[in-house]
Design a protein around this ligand. Sequence first.
Ligand code: ARG
Length: 485
Amino acid sequence: MPRKKRLLFALLLSTALFVSLCFGWVNELVAQQPYAGKKLVMVTSADYPPYEFRDTAKGKGEIIGFDVDIAKYIAKELGFELEIRDTDFSGIIPALQSRRADFAMAGMTPTPERRKNVDFSDIYYEAKNTIIAQKGSNLTKSTDLAGKKVGVQLGSLQEKAAKKFKGVNLVPLNRIGEIIQEVKSGRIQAAIIEDTIAKGFVANNPDLEFHTLANTEEAGSAIAFPKGSNLVGDFNRVLKQLQDSGEMKNLINKWFGNNEQPATNAATSGSGNISASIPFIIEGVGTTLLFSALSVFFGFIWGTILSLLKISTFKPLVWLANAYTSIFRGTPLLLQIALVYYATPQLTGFDIPALLAGVITFTLNSGAYISETIRGGILAVDKGQREAALSLGIAYQPMMLDIILPQAIKNILPALVNESITLLKDSALVSTIGVADLLRRAQIVGAEKYIYFEPLLFAGLIYYLLVMSLTWGGYVLERRLQRST
Ligand code: ARG
């Protein structure tokens, strides 16, 4: 290589190196300052009274509890505004890793595994694990559980602790309410649950009992942060201040009561009656409908585009559209939702809101199905229509839009109504990423009241009414279109 060229090459290389170093450095800086401005986002799993749960009787279903009081205190002390977001417990660490939240409080215990992925504050509350079981089962020690089916919350410390019990048949479930329900129905014989939580459930379910496990692992709670967060020191300082001033004791008494005596907060005195929470559940209808309407609308547009690609004469377009359809029809919708919601911030840095993530996934997914329906509809339109249009010299686009598609759509209307119904019901899947839709709200009420069936039955009834109205609407539309021929 001539000298000049070599020099230029070296120069280019070092510039590239420098730029990428700078980039890395800036990235690092940004990473250390996840909170821009004065708002702190806390993520939690509001299924854990009295640590965190929803107060659904007072309209808005605000998240309250021991953790929330502490978080509010700390935020105030440090001069931040506080925003609280809800997710499944197993979604908390991903939320911190993707910097969707600045910290998490969810009665979470620091473990070596978790420490690899997030940072923790000091422990602010010690608790113990218990075995909860049907009354009279007399399961008091971990060795009693051998050969039994034992429920635990997925991703929780109790799951880890129970893995060490010999001969136990572990059943990991998402929500505490589900675990309790399984114990009650006898499908599993016991569950490992923290003492504070167990107390509340036993107080509200006379058919259950619990026994505190003697020497299990620590079950203390600490605040979790994204790795490298510079909030940890400040939080620890305020936590200490809370302890020293005796304020922490007050909070403990407020939420946990003293010793075996449960506190008299909304959680432990839940009457098992959901009537006060019905407006809270019904409010979810708006979210469910909005979500479904947006998804049907965009899914239809996207499906139409895909179907046009599929009948195009340019082969690569056809392959592309077919490959797309096969991917979206070939993988579970639930998985697609989780991927879009959790991967987007990591890949693009954009903190996609749960509802938007849901609409995008549903659009992409239902577009794949709808495209097939529309394609079938187009193919079913009499060939003569096309030939006539062409011989009259009508261009492709107006022919498609004004002649072929309208006829196709009329024919496939029942199939489209069908797709909308499916979508309306499947919209319940967005509850898994924390959208407060109908199902999610029903689950929230269940968690707050320590019951399970009633809110779900109620939500089921509403879903049914919604689907019935949709069916009826589709029928009317069909009749009207029929008459217009
Ligand atoms: N302390 C347990 C853990 O860290 C359970 C916490 C569950 N918290 C909740 N909000 N569901 O694994």
